[in-house]
Design a protein around this ligand. Structure first.
Ligand code: PHE
Length: 367
């Protein structure tokens, strides 16, 4: 389709109209905007940029003030005037944003270019944090045992059924398995229910005679309450030598307890059944939280089970590749979580792994 050219007189008229549509205020707006943008571009700091911004588009800024003039204009010009002021504000804001970006970038460049700034340096801790009470007591125990010539070992938390049960004289049909149900992995491994997994492991690792302790985290399928958690800490101790008796065991336990509490603690020994010791004992200590009358931690008995122990069962020695006619041993499984509770008079085991900072920050400061 042919588009007709405009008639020459119409074109001339258009040009005239455009000239008329550029009234005096347009030049004024342009002038103010140009000056304001120049002062924005000239700002050398974020603070001076902010000052330029306020004097341009702040409440009483030069560009803002222009709006007030709209009332004095003939009605036919008001719309165009408003649009022109809006366009000016847009130009000013674009200039402000551009300047802001470049000033910020300059600051970053200056900082990175400065050799004294090393962005790979580790951050300084603001608050050094505190050691967990379990860590504090575990380290103390490790020192006590190391000073008595024990190896301190770290064994896996995920272990095989053999090290957790079978090797400890607990075959699949044994009712003791019910008392220590745990979390099983699809491949047949499990989260260890006790640090006793280290007994046969240690026998496989060391040539007897030896003595070792192995602290660590253990897991049970457990209904939780003030004294039971599904995840808790133990320290296992094992000694294998030629002639080991209950007398050795008791003496070691006493040394251990007096080192931990730094004073005499009342203890009592009861027969206890564990398939991997024979004879087996429960060593209880008087409740250090309530001091005797009974509380939630000692289940109102005044005594806390702390140290199950006994002489290593011949089947366990066999599983460890040792001849029970030649070697004997004793073992204990100290409840580290319980011990920590006694030591600091903590009345609920769930506080230990609860992650409450108000609880944790009461202990010794770390670095
Ligand atoms: N492993 C046992 C438990 O967790 C404790 C124990 C260790 C008992 C060593 C006797 C000897 O209950």
């Amino acid at each position: 389709m042919d588009i007709p050219h405009p008639a020459p007189h119409l074109a001339a008229l258009d040009e005239e109209d455009m000239q008329q549509a550029s009234p005096a205020w347009q030049a004024e707006i342009d002038g103010i905007t140009t000056t304001v943008c120049a002062s924005i571009d000239a700002a050398t700091t974020l603070a001076s940029l902010r000052t330029a911004e306020i004097s341009a588009v702040g409440r009483k800024g030069q560009v803002t003030e222009l709006r007030k003039r709209i009332g004095s204009l003939p009605k036919t010009e008001r719309r165009a005037f408003g649009q022109a002021v809006n366009a000016a504000v847009g130009r000013v804001k674009t200039a402000i944003n551009a300047r802001h970006e470049s000033l910020k970038q300059a600051l970053i460049d200056a900082e990175l270019g400065d050799d004294s700034f090393d962005e790979t340096m580790p951050a300084q801790p603001v608050n050094g944090g505190t050691y967990h009470p379990l860590t504090l007591v575990q380290r103390e125990l490790e020192d006590v045992f190391a000073s008595m010539g024990y190896h301190v070992m770290d064994f896996p938390e995920v272990d095989s059924e053999f090290y957790n049960f079978e090797g400890l004289n607990i075959p699949g049909w044994h009712p003791a398995r019910d008392m220590q149900d745990t979390f099983w992995l699809d491949d047949g491994h499990l989260l260890r229910t006790h640090t006793s997994t280290g007994q046969v492991r240690a026998m496989h690792l060391f040539k007897p005679p030896f003595r070792a302790v192995f602290p660590g985290k253990v897991y049970r399928y457990e209904a939780t309450d003030a004294s039971h958690e599904h995840t808790f800490h133990q320290v296992e101790g094992l000694m294998v030598a030629k002639h080991v008796s209950v007398a050795h065991l008791l003496d070691s336990m006493r040394t251990l307890l007096s080192a931990i509490f730094g004073r005499d603690v009342q203890v009592r020994l009861r027969p206890g059944y564990f398939p991997f010791v024979e004879p087996g004992f429960e060593l209880d200590i008087s409740c250090q939280v309530c001091g005797g009358p009974g509380c939630a931690v000692c289940k109102k008995s005044g005594w806390v089970e702390l140290l199950p122990c006994g002489l290593v069962h011949p089947n366990v020695l066999r599983a460890g590749g040792l001849d029970p006619d030649e070697w004997q041993g004793w073992a204990f499984g100290l409840g580290l979580s319980r011990l920590v509770m006694m030591r600091y008079a903590i009345s609920d085991i769930r506080l230990l792994l609860g992650g409450d900072v108000r609880f944790l920050e009461q202990f010794e400061r770390g670095v």
